[in-house]
Design a protein around this ligand. Structure first.
Ligand code: MG
Ligand code: FE
Length: 169
């Protein structure tokens, strides 16, 4: 096996670890946004996509003859920033969650763009095609989040003000 194939296998494992972190993030978020049904529905849909992405990456690694057993040992290393944001205890965790989700989608998009070029360079057209397919799902999620953020922000501010008015009485 050539060095470039080893590199691609490592990046595919990194992508798998990234998707495991995405799955955790989306699960924890979907449980605290019942006040925002549109966003909750989109997050639930992307959670299902993410679980399918994990399976597709596993099949891809198997096809390439790369071990998948070592993946369980990997800690998701996508970013300390996400952990910092998600551990925040402030009342605005819905907004922090939207911020972290949007940033995470961009991180995923960049990861798959790198993988697409690497797979093309190595002549693994199937891996390149899979990564393009996943990348389009991430781009769609990022675009939908971008569309929802203004309404989410207004809705959050209205809710926050209503809570404050309530507290003053
Ligand atoms: Mg993903
Ligand atoms: Fe995603």
């Amino acid at each position: 096996m050539t060095t470039i194939d080893d590199t691609i296998n490592q990046w595919l494992r990194d992508a798998h670890a990234m998707e495991e972190q995405a799955e955790q993030m989306l699960e924890s978020q979907s449980s605290r946004i019942e006040n925002y049904p549109e966003l909750a529905a989109r997050i639930k849909r992307h959670l299902e996509e993410t679980q399918s992405q994990l399976e597709r990456l596993e099949r891809c690694l198997e096809r390439r003859g790369a071990a998948t057993s070592a993946m369980k040992d990997l800690t998701a290393k996508a970013s300390a920033m996400m952990q910092g944001l998600s551990s925040m205890m402030a009342g605005d965790e819905v907004m922090k969650g939207a911020l972290a989700s949007y940033a995470f989608e961009q991180f995923e998009i960049a990861s798959y763009r790198i993988l697409i070029t690497a797979a093309e360079t190595a002549g693994d057209i199937e891996t390149a095609r899979l990564c393009e397919e996943i990348c389009r799902e991430e781009e769609a999620m990022a675009a939908d989040l971008a569309d929802m953020i203004p309404e989410l922000t207004r809705s959050y501010l209205t809710r926050e003000n209503a809570d404050l008015d309530e507290a003053k009485r």
